[in-house]
Every structure is written in structure tokens, then in C-alpha cells.
Design a protein around this ligand. Structure first.
Ligand code: LLP
Length: 438
């Protein structure tokens, strides 16, 4: 559903809008989000999971993980296309509430929720709070009691599976901060604790094993372990938990060599796994939910930059690399510096037949690790004033953006049917100075 193409003179267009017009109207850098694509991806996730699970448990619920990118309009759009919203801070929750979403369709995560965050979630009437540590049930229960409500909760289980892109590790014990450990009976004890508290309603178990996952085998191990605990809960307490959440983490293509599974296949694989494991454990399939962020929003957005300094540099082993500096950098996309992430880029404002040169797209920050695109072939005549587009920046770019070096954060501009519209405005120097009250 992407609406990106090239106009008659070779300039990139998205949603029917020429990138040169976008740059003129909104400035650069800017995140440009294709609304049609976002809606289509959101709907595709909702439909694929619903279809895959309809015969097993009447369908599945998809919570969009707002940490990937969240604004009021985006929260509304994904909700209109059938998604719920997963938040993990009071701030994300505030966006969902301001967007007017039905609170029953919101979830609240967090490994260190404050009392204020829990209270706000309870007062709003969110559909689920995900318990992340053994001390949390007592805290949530006390806050619920004070408000005369019963809190619907899931227990996030650390199933000892860690998945990254093409591989996963399944260990007995995992050394990380999220969830309650399956080993040593910690998770079972937390389940018992929740069940014993009248202010809490245990809706089910949850697991999230990682992000940017291509190999579904990690999910299979996670589901097996989760279903076992689900079955133990039935045996020990006589309680058939109505839900189970398998988290997010479905990978997207950043490099041309990345081959992510289409969402229909991911959903189908998960459904088969859930069916098999539940049958093996002798339990009915609970209502399944998932929490994808990146796979919904990542591909919908590109960052538009303007080229400044172009500097050829001779490499140690011979050869040359052209450093192409753009007017943003690690403040608007920290993923290359932080995770060694692989991005690509294209000359967006014009066509060029110039022979390609090996380029590195770098930012304007005072740090040599300030790299946006490590290696890309760009036309050899790339020059000051050109516009570059870096695709796949919809997830974890604006949401991880900083104002390093007092560079204001770029706007998020949505395009659709030949019209552009600002979702998040550009920060200004005045915004930054206004914080400086000393
Ligand atoms: N659910 C939970 C509990 C999560 O912790 C996450 C992501 C998600 C869902 C959504 O995962 P997704 O479908 O977007 O992969 N900053 C990193 C990614 C951090 C992911 C954190 N948790 C990056 O830029 O690669």
C-alpha cells in the first residue's frame, strides 16, 4: 500500500506529494509518514491475526506498541483500522487518552511503574495492566482498593528466550530486567499472589521475547513455556485464564537482504504453535493478543534530509569514501549509532545518471559515531542542496530522538492524496530555550 513513486523529472513523491514541496513547506529534516500505508499495515495486522486465530479462540487482538512511534493522530488511525494500544509510561497513556481511544482497549506496561502511572491507568479504566515484578500485585491492589475498582492484569513472564533478528537463545534463566522469571517458580508464585487478591482480576499471561525477529522459532519456545504455566494455573488453582499475550517483535526489512515474513505468515505460524501447544497441554486456547510496533509503523515513514557538506576521504586500504553530511543525524535517528542498524538511502530531489560512489551519510553532531547510513552507493554528483530520503524510519526514530547539541527535533508530516499535514510540529530553538529557567 506504499504510495511512493518518482515524478516525471525523477523526484520522489509520496502520497502524491513531491519531496521538494515537502521540504519547502516543512523544512528538513522531516519524518514523512504515508498515512495510507500506515492504515493498510495496521488493518493487515488486525485482519491477519484475527483470521489466523478465529477458529482457535474466536480471533486475536492486536495492540499497537506505541513506543515505536506515537502521536494523537497515529493512535486514532491505528484504532480506526482495528488495533488496540499498548503503552508503557504515563506519557504514552496520556496520548492514547487524548486521542479519545476507548480506555478498555489500552494496556499499560512498565518494569518500574510509578504509583501515579498505575493510579492514572486505574482511573482511566484501562483494559489491562501488565504485572512486571513480584512486588507489583500488592501495589496495584492497594491502589485499586483505594479507588474501589478491580484491576484487570496480565503477568509478564520472563520465559528465558531472547530473540534477535536471525537467531534466538533459549536459556533456563534470563538475566534481564523485564517480567517475572519462569524458573524457580517465581512466575507461578506471582500468579498465585494475583489470584489471591480480590482487587485484581488475572486475565492471563504475557511474554515478549525481543524485537526485529525474523526466525519464528523463538516464539515457539516461548509459547510452549507460557502454555505450560497456563496449564499449571488451571491444574493448581482451577482457573482457566481467558487471555494470553505473545508480545511483539516482528522484523521488517531495513537492508535489501532482509527477508521478513509477511504478517499473514507470522500470524499463521503463531496460531499453529498455539494450537499444538495447547493441545499437548490439554487446555482450551485462550484469547490471544500480540503487541507489534515496528512492523506496523516502521516501513511507513522516511526521513527527508538536505545535503550540506560533501567530502571525499581516502580510505586506508586505498579507494575513496564520500562523506555526505545531512542536516540531522543521531538526534533524529540514533539506531545506527546505538545498534549498528542498517539503513539505506536514495537521492530524492532529482534523477541522476552520474556513476555511483561509495557514500556514508553522516549527521551534523559533534561525534564521529554520528552516522545515519553506514554504506550506500549514491550518484557521484550528489551535492549541497540535494534532498536525501532514508526509508524505514517510522519506528524508534522520532520516539528515540534527542535534542543533542541543541538541535530541535524534526516534525512528523503525514501525507495522503496529495496533501501533507503536520502531526508533530518541529521543535524550535525557543522551545529548547524555554526549558532553560536557571
Ligand atoms: N511489547 C513489549 C513489551 C515491548 O517491550 C516491545 C518493544 C514491543 C511490544 C514492540 O516491539 P516491536 O514489535 O516494535 O519490535 N529501540 C529498539 C527496539 C526496542 C523494543 C522495545 N520493546 C530498536 O530501535 O530497535
Amino acid at each position: 500500500a506504499r504510495t511512493v513513486d518518482r515524478g516525471p523529472d525523477g523526484a520522489l513523491r509520496v502520497g502524491g506529494v513531491d519531496v521538494r514541496d515537502l521540504a519547502a513547506e516543512h523544512g528538513t529534516p522531516a519524518y514523512v509518514l504515508d498515512e495510507v500505508d500506515l492504515r493498510a499495515r495496521a488493518r493487515a495486522h488486525a485482519e491477519a491475526f484475527d483470521r489466523a486465530f478465529v477458529d482457535l479462540c474466536g480471533g486475536a487482538d492486536v495492540y499497537y506498541a506505541g513506543k515505536a512511534f506515537l502521536s494523537v493522530a497515529v493512535a486514532r488511525w491505528v484504532a480506526e483500522e482495528g488495533l488496540r494500544l499498548d503503552t508503557c509510561t504515563g506519557g504514552e497513556l496520556a496520548v492514547g487518552l487524548r486521542a479519545g481511544l476507548d480506555p478498555a482497549l489500552l494496556g499499560l506496561h512498565g518494569n518500574n511503574k510509578s504509583d501515579a502511572e498505575i493510579a492514572r491507568a486505574l482511573e482511566a479504566g484501562v483494559g489491562r495492566i501488565i504485572v512486571d515484578s513480584p512486588e507489583e500485585p500488592a501495589r496495584i491492589a492497594a491502589l485499586a482498593r483505594a479507588r474501589g475498582v478491580v484491576a484487570p492484569v496480565l503477568v509478564r513472564v520472563n520465559v528465558g528466550v531472547e530473540a534477535h533478528t536471525h537467531e534466538f537463545i533459549a536459556t533456563a534463566h534470563e538475566d534481564q530486567k523485564f517480567g517475572v522469571a519462569l524458573s524457580d517458580g517465581v512466575a507461578a508464585a506471582v500468579v498465585a499472589d494475583v489470584l489471591a487478591r480480590p482487587e485484581l482480576e488475572l486475565r492471563g499471561l504475557h511474554s515478549h521475547i525481543g524485537s526485529q525477529i525474523f526466525d519464528p522459532a523463538g516464539f515457539e519456545v516461548a509459547v510452549r513455556r507460557l502454555v505450560r504455566l497456563h496449564a499449571d494455573t488451571l491444574r493448581t488453582h482451577g482457573v482457566a485464564l481467558p487471555e494470553m499475550d505473545l508480545g511483539g517483535g516482528f522484523g521488517i526489512a531495513y537492508a535489501s537482504t532482509d527477508r521478513p515474513m509477511p504478517v499473514e505468515q507470522v500470524a499463521g505460524r503463531l496460531a499453529r504453535t498455539v494450537a499444538e501447544e495447547c493441545a499437548a497441554a490439554g487446555v482450551d486456547v485462550p484469547r490471544i493478543s500480540v503487541e507489534p510496533g515496528r512492523s506496523v509503523v516502521g516501513p511507513t515513514t522516511f526521513t527527508l534530509y538536505e545535503v550540506g557538506t560533501v567530502k571525499p576521504v581516502v580510505l586506508d586500504g586505498g579507494g575513496e569514501r564520500t562523506y555526505v553530511s545531512v542536516d540531522g543525524g543521531m538526534s533524529d535517528n540514533v539506531r545506527t549509532a546505538l545498534y549498528d542498524a542498517d539503513y539505506s538511502c536514495t537521492l530524492a530531489s532529482r534523477a541522476s545518471d552520474a556513476p555511483p560512489v561509495l557514500a556514508r551519510v553522516v549527521g551534523k553532531h559533534c561525534e564521529s559515531g554520528d552516522i545515519v547510513v553506514r554504506d550506500e552507493f549514491l550518484p557521484g554528483d550528489v551535492r549541497r542542496g540535494d534532498l536525501l530520503a532514508v526509508p524505514g524510519t517510522g519506528a524508534y526514530c522520532r520516539s528515540l530522538a534527542s535534542q543533542y547539541n541543541h538541535v530541535p527535533r524534526p516534525p512528523v508530516v503525514a501525507v495522503r492524496d496529495g496533501v501533507s499535514r503536520v502531526l508533530l510540529r518541529r521543535e524550535t530553538e525557543e522551545d529548547l530555550l524555554a526549558l532553560d529557567v536557571g
